[in-house]
Design a protein around this ligand. Structure first.
Ligand code: GRF
Length: 196
């Protein structure tokens, strides 16, 4: 029998990807459902989206993530979570969680890893670095998460060609469009392959 897949989405910001994932799986309850939003700070857009969508949320601040990581693991278990999608989560996921969810923990990065990954490479910093280097292409990477930042197995990449007048803002918008399309679909593909 297929196991019910209960997703937790982890976010630190506006949560536009979190919302897309929630909406996508509302249309596909036979595949999975988002059951929890995990935020590392209160009052963020992602929590507002979760509320509107009727998804419970918890806030686990960075200090607690570092000093009592077991608490998060227990909360995930209490909500029956068996798959995690990081969507703009800017804190380090505790190793106990990474280990417990090996193969069931994915992230999206707004560049073509291994380029422009690692610590400090998030949001507009990524796009600024890509443009400063005069790159002709950028894109997105969906990957498994392990203990090292942006280092897990790559599950999918999609790219865009940069125009001569590309700006950080225009690139950010184009990357976000790719993310919103691909991330829910690659999560679905990963879940389906786990069950094959
Ligand atoms: C996305 O660009 C994602 O790739 C990165 O953080 C951003 C989150 O954006 N990891 P949002 O909060 O989902 O709008």
């Amino acid at each position: 029998m297929k196991m019910q897949v209960n997703i937790a989405v982890f976010a630190s910001g506006s949560g536009s990807n979190a919302l897309k994932i929630i909406e996508y799986f509302k249309e596909k309850p036979e595949i999975a459902a988002v059951r929890l939003l995990v935020a590392n700070k209160p009052d963020i857009g992602a929590i507002a989206h979760a509320r509107q969508q009727g998804i419970p949320h918890i806030v686990v601040e960075n200090k607690e993530l570092r000093e009592a990581p077991q608490v998060l693991l227990e909360q995930l278990r209490a909500h029956g979570i068996n798959f995690i999608a990081l969507a703009g989560f800017l804190a380090k996921v505790p190793d106990v969680v990474t280990a417990a969810f090996a193969g069931r923990l994915v992230n999206i990065h707004p560049a073509l890893l291994p380029l422009y990954g690692g610590k400090g490479m998030y949001g507009v910093h990524v796009h600024s670095a890509v443009l400063a280097d005069g790159r002709k292409q950028s894109g997105i990477t969906v990957h498994q998460v392990n203990e090292v930042y942006d280092d897990g197995e790559i599950l999918h990449q999609a790219s865009v060609n940069l125009s001569d007048d590309e700006t950080v803002e225009s690139l950010q918008k184009r990357i976000q469009t790719l993310e919103h399309y691909w991330y829910p679909r690659i999560i679905e593909r990963t879940i389906t392959s786990l069950q094959a």
